[in-house]
Design a protein around this ligand. Structure first.
Ligand code: TRP
Length: 459
C-alpha cells in the first residue's frame, strides 16, 4: 500500500545498491574516528556494552521504522511526514519532525566536514611520506600543530565541502555505487593491516581487555546518554537520512533483512577500528582517552613504521575520506529534497546553496580548535563540542523516539506488514512493539537518567 511506487528524486536500481548506500551513510567518521576516541574517554568495556545494547534494542528497530516510513511516503522526510502524518496521524504537525531533521543534517555536516578536511590533510601528508619512522612525540606534534592552524584547517575543510557539494549536485545514485563498492572492502582490509601491526607491537591484549572488560564503576554519569547518542549517530538515524534513502527503495525489496546487514556491517567496522586504534595506543603509550586526535596519531604511527607504510597509510586515509564522503552526502539529502519539492528549483542549484550554508556554519567548528578554542558556548564546550553534543545527545534520540512512535502507533499494522513482507501474527506484533514501545521507552529511560530523575550510574 505504498503511496507511490517511485520517488521523484530517484530510485536505487536494486536491493544491493540500497544496502551499499545505507552502509555508506552509516559507516563513516563515527565508526573510525569517533567510536575509538569516545570509548577511550568513557573508560572502555562498559561503554562498549551499552553501545552494543543500544544498537540492538534501539538502533535496529528505529532504522527499520525510518526506512519503512520513507518507502511509504517516497518524498523528502519533510514531505513524507507531512503526507503520512495527515493521512494516518491526523495532523500536519508531524512534518516538523522532517523539517527539524533536515536542519539537524546540515548542522552535523558543518562539523563533520571539518574532520573530513583533517582526513584529506592526512591523505596528503602520507602521500609525501612525512610520517616515515615517526615516534609518538612526532605524531602528537604534527596533529596539534595542524589543528592549531586555522587557515590550514579551513582550507582542507573547504576542499572537503567542494567535493561533497559537487557529488551531491549530480544526484545520489551516480558515483555513490562505485565509491561504496570499492571503499568498504579496502577500508576494512586496511583497518586489519593497522590491527595486525598493533598485534605485533604488543598492544592487542590490552586493547581487548580495555574494550571488553565490563566495569561499570568507571562509567561517567554522561556515558549512557553518549553511548545511546552514538548508536543513533553511527547508524545515521533520527534525522531523516535513512528515511530518504528508504524512499528510493523499490517496492519489492525486503526491508528487515537489509537493516540487519547495515547494522552488522557498521558495528563490525567500529569494533575493528577500536581494536586497531587501542592496540597501537597501548603499544606506544599514547593516552586512550587522548580525545579527537587519537585516530590520526595512532594510525600514522603504525604506517610510519611499516614497510611501504606511506603507501598503505595514504590508501588508508583515502578510503577513510571516501567513507566520510558517502556519509556526508546522506546528511544533505533530507534538506535538498525538501527544498527541491518546495521550490521546484534544480537539484544542482539547491546543492550549491546548501554547500555554502554549511561552509559558513562550519567555520565555527574550524575555529574551535584554534583561534576560538577559549570561546565556550556553554560550560566548557567549544562550538564544535556544543554542536556535537546537541545533535547526538538530544536531537537524534528525540527524532528517533518520535519516528518510532509514529511508525508503531500511527501507521496501520496492515501497511507495516505489507512493507515488511509479514502477514498479521506474532511477528508483526513483536516488531510493532519493538519500534513503537520498547525503543522509545529505552530512549526515555536514558533521558530520565541524564536529567537526574532516575539514577543509572553510581556516582
Ligand atoms: N553515520 C555516519 C558516521 O558514523 C554519520 C552520518 C551520516 C549521520 N548521516 C547521518 C549521522 C545522519 C546522523 C544522521 O560517520
Amino acid at each position: 500500500m505504498a503511496e507511490f511506487t517511485e520517488s521523484r528524486h530517484g530510485m536505487w536500481s536494486n536491493r544491493w545498491l540500497f544496502i551499499l548506500a545505507a552502509t555508506g551513510s552509516a559507516v563513516g567518521l563515527g565508526n573510525i574516528w569517533k567510536f575509538p576516541y569516545i570509548t577511550g574517554e568513557n573508560g572502555g568495556g562498559a561503554f562498549v556494552l551499552i553501545y552494543l545494547i543500544c544498537i540492538a534494542v534501539i538502533g535496529i528497530p528505529i532504522m527499520l521504522a525510518e526506512v519503512t516510513i520513507g518507502r511509504m511516503g517516497r518524498l523528502s522526510p519533510y514531505g513524507t511526514m507531512l503526507s503520512l502524518g495527515q493521512k494516518f496521524g491526523g495532523t500536519k504537525y508531524w512534518s516538523i519532525l522532517g523539517g527539524v531533521g533536515a536542519v539537524t543534517g546540515i548542522t552535523i555536516l558543518s562539523f563533520y566536514a571539518v574532520i573530513g578536511g583533517w582526513v584529506l590533510y592526512y591523505v596528503f601528508r602520507l602521500l609525501l611520506g612525512e610520517f616515515n619512522g615517526a615516534d609518538s612525540e612526532f605524531v602528537e606534534g604534527a596533529f596539534t600543530s595542524f589543528v592549531g592552524s586555522w587557515w590550514q584547517v579551513a582550507g582542507w575543510f573547504t576542499l572537503f565541502m567542494v567535493i561533497t557539494t559537487s557529488i551531491v549536485a549530480r544526484g545520489v545514485e551516480k558515483g555513490l555505487e562505485i565509491a561504496v563498492k570499492w571503499t568498504m572492502p579496502f577500508l576494512f582490509i586496511l583497518l586489519l593491516v593497522v590491527l595486525v601491526y598493533g598485534i605485533f607491537e604488543g598492544g592487542f591484549g590490552r586493547a581487548v581487555s580495555f574494550m571488553f572488560t565490563v566495569d561499570f564503576s568507571v562509567l561517567k554519569p554522561s556515558s549512557i546518554l553518549e553511548a545511546m547518542g552514538h548508536a543513533f549517530f553511527t547508524l545515521s538515524l533520527g534525522m531523516g537520512a535513512i528515511m530518504i534513502y528508504g524512499a528510493y527503495v523499490p517496492s519489492d525489496v525486503s526491508l528487515r533483512g537489509t537493516v540487519y546487514i547495515v547494522a552488522a556491517a557498521d558495528t563490525v567496522v567500529a569494533l575493528v577500528a577500536g581494536l586497531a586504534v587501542f592496540s597501537i595506543a597501548y603499544a606506544y603509550s599514547l593516552d586512550p582517552a587522548g580525545g579527537v586526535g587519537l585516530l590520526f596519531q595512532t594510525t600514522t604511527l603504525a604506517f610510519g613504521n611499516l614497510p611501504l607504510g606511506s603507501f598503505f597509510g595514504f590508501l588508508f586515509f583515502l578510503t577513510v575520506s571516501f567513507a566520510t564522503l558517502t556519509s556526508a552526502i546522506s546528511l544533505t539529502e533530507p534538506i535538498i529534497t525538501w527544498i527541491v519539492e518546495a521550490t521546484n528549483a534544480s537539484r544542482a542549484r539547491v546543492s550549491i546553496l546548501i554547500g555554502i550554508v554549511v561552509w559558513v556554519l562550519g567555520l565555527g567548528s574550524v575555529f574551535s580548535f584554534n583561534i576560538w578554542s577559549d570561546f565556550h558556548l556553554v560550560e566548557g564546550k567549544t562550538i564544535f563540542d556544543f554542536l556535537d553534543y546537541l545533535t547526538q545527545a538530544w536531537l537524534f534520540p528525540v527524532g528517533g523516539l518520535l519516528i518510532g512512535i509514529f511508525a508503531g502507533f500511527f501507521l496501520p499494522k496492515s501497511a507495516l506488514g505489507e512493507q515488511w513482507g509479514i502477514s498479521e501474527g506474532w511477528k508483526l506484533t513483536i516488531w510493532t512493539l519493538l519500534i513503537g514501545v520498547v525503543a522509545p521507552i529505552c530512549v526515555l529511560i536514558v533521558f530520565a537518567g541524564e536529567i537526574g530523575v532516575i539514577s543509572l550510574v553510581a556516582e
